[in-house]
Unconditional design. Sequence first.
Length: 107
Amino acid sequence: MGQRTPLKKRYRPGIKAIREIRKYQKSTELLLRKLPFARLVREVQLQFTNQQFRWQGDALLALQEAAEAHLVHLFEDANLCAIHAKRVTIMPKDMQLARRIRGVLRE
């Protein structure tokens, strides 16, 4: 008879997601990659001014910190909207409601 391979521990649904959420809540590092974010900033700036600017690294980091903080708060508000609707899953309508309550205009 062949040897039995040890079975992988199977967690209940959602346990892994909760661990991942806690991990990211404890961390302070930026979650978006720096280079793609810098390219996006330069692209948006080019659309608004039609001129090529040079960006300091600290300026890009400050923008990225602010953008990630804004997104985190938006997701927190959307999560509260979903909980209020007796759901656990965030839906697009939760994001839209959170943005509308915050006064963020849609383009």
